[in-house]
Design a binder for this molecule. Structure first.
Ligand SMILES: NC(=O)c1ccc[n+]([C@@H]2O[C@H](COP(=O)([O-])OP(=O)(O)OC[C@H]3O[C@@H](n4cnc5c(N)ncnc54)[C@H](OP(=O)(O)O)[C@@H]3O)[C@@H](O)[C@H]2O)c1
Length: 279
C-alpha cells in the first residue's frame, strides 16, 4: 500500500489529519522530533526538518507527503529543503500547507514566506497541490485564558474573517492526498461565512453559558500581552497578520472544503460548542 508521510504530525492540523487519513484506509507515516511519541494507527518516524539525513530516511519508500512546517523564522528555507529532499527521494505527490492570500509582495511576512515556498514547489517538477487555509479557529485556543476570564482581545476592529476549523482543513487535505484530479491546483480553504471577533465572542458566550466580550485593542497592547510568550519576530508577524485581517482582506468565502470533502465547512458555533462548552 502507498505510504503518506505527514510532517507536523503532532500539531494543530497534523493531529486531525492523521485520523482523517487512517479513516480512508491509507498507510500513514507520522513525523515528529519526539522519540517518545506514539501516534496511534500510524508508523512514527523521528526527524527534525533541520536534519537532512533524518528527513531523507523518513522519506524512504514514501509515495506522497504533506508538508506543514512549524511557524519558525526560517520556515521558508526549512520547507524548501524538505521539498528538495522529497523530490530527490522520488516522492510522487506533495501537498503543501500554505496560507490564505499568500503573495510575494504581501506586507505580512508569513504570507511572503508561504509564497516563496509555493513558487519553489511549483518549479520542482513533481505533482503538487497547494492548500491555503484562512485563520484557524483553533488559534483561539491560545486565548483560552482570557476567554475563561470573559474577554477576547485582538487588534481587528469589526472586520470579518472567514476563519476555518482545522478539522475541515484536515478533511480537505486527506481528500487531496488520497484522491485524484488535484495536481497543480491551489485551493483556498475557508469557513462557511466571514465572522467578526464580536460574533466569535457571541458564539463562545452561547457555548459557555456566560458572557464573553470582544475587546478591540491596539497593536501595541496586543504585542504587550504576548511579550515573553512568543519571540519578537513572531509577535511582529502576528501583528502584520491582524492588520491584514483588520483591513478586511481575509473575508472571502470559498467553497473548496465542501467541494473536496462533500460536506459544508464547520461554523464557528460548532467550533465553540466542541471546544468551549460548559461541562
Ligand atoms: N494558525 C493559523 O491560524 C494558521 C493559518 C493558516 C496557516 N497556518 C500555517 O500553519 C503552519 C503550522 O503552524 P501552527 O502554528 O499551526 O503549528 P502546528 O502545526 O500546530 O505545530 C507545528 C508542528 O511542527 C512540528 N515541528 C516543530 N519544529 C519542527 C522542526 N524543526 N522539524 C520538524 N517538525 C517540527 C511539531 O512537531 P513535534 O514537536 O512533534 O516535532 C508540530 O507538530 C504554519 O506554516 C502557519 O503559517 C497557520
Amino acid at each position: 500500500m502507498d505510504t503518506i508521510l505527514v510532517t507536523g504530525a503532532t500539531g494543530t492540523l497534523g493531529s486531525a489529519l492523521i485520523p482523517a487519513l487512517l479513516t480512508r484506509g491509507v498507510a500513514v507515516r507520522a513525523m515528529t522530533r519526539d522519540p517518545g511519541r506514539i501516534i496511534p494507527g500510524a508508523e512514527t518516524v523521528v526527524a527534525d526538518l533541520r536534519d537532512p539525513d533524518a528527513v531523507g530516511a523518513a522519506l524512504k519508500g514514501v509515495d506522497a507527503v504533506f508538508l506543514n512546517s512549524p511557524s519558525a523564522s526560517d520556515a521558508a528555507s526549512l520547507q524548501i529543503g524538505f521539498a528538495d529532499l522529497a523530490r530527490d527521494a522520488g516522492v510522487n505527490r506533495l501537498v503543501l500547507l500554505s496560507q490564505y492570500a499568500a503573495r510575494g509582495d504581501s506586507p505580512v511576512r508569513f504570507l511572503r514566506w508561504h509564497a516563496e515556498v509555493e513558487a519553489h514547489v511549483r518549479s520542482l517538477g513533481i505533482e503538487y497541490t497547494v492548500l491555503r487555509p484562512n485563520l484557524y479557529l483553533q488559534a483561539l485556543l491560545a486565548f483560552s485564558g482570557t476567554i475563561e476570564q470573559g474577554f477576547l482581545a485582538a487588534p481587528i476592529g469589526d472586520a470579518a474573517v472567514s476563519a476555518i476549523d482545522t478539522r475541515d482543513i484536515a478533511d480537505a487535505a486527506a481528500a487531496v492526498l488520497t484522491g485524484t484530479g488535484h495536481a497543480g491546483r491551489t485551493y483556498t480553504l475557508t469557513g462557511p461565512r466571514a465572522v467578526t471577533h464580536a460574533q466569535i465572542a457571541q458564539a463562545l458566550s452561547e457555548a459557555m453559558g456566560r458572557t464573553v466580550t470582544f475587546h478591540d485593542t491596539s497593536a501595541d497592547q496586543f504585542a504587550a500581552a504576548l511579550a515573553g510568550l512568543l519571540p519578537p519576530w513572531q509577535i511582529d508577524g502576528l501583528i502584520e497578520d491582524y492588520a491584514h485581517y483588520a483591513r478586511g482582506e481575509a473575508a472571502e468565502v470559498h467553497m473548496a472544503v465542501a467541494e473536496l470533502t462533500g460536506k459544508p465547512a464547520r461554523d464557528v458555533t460548532e467550533f465553540a460548542r466542541d471546544h468551549f462548552s460548559a461541562q
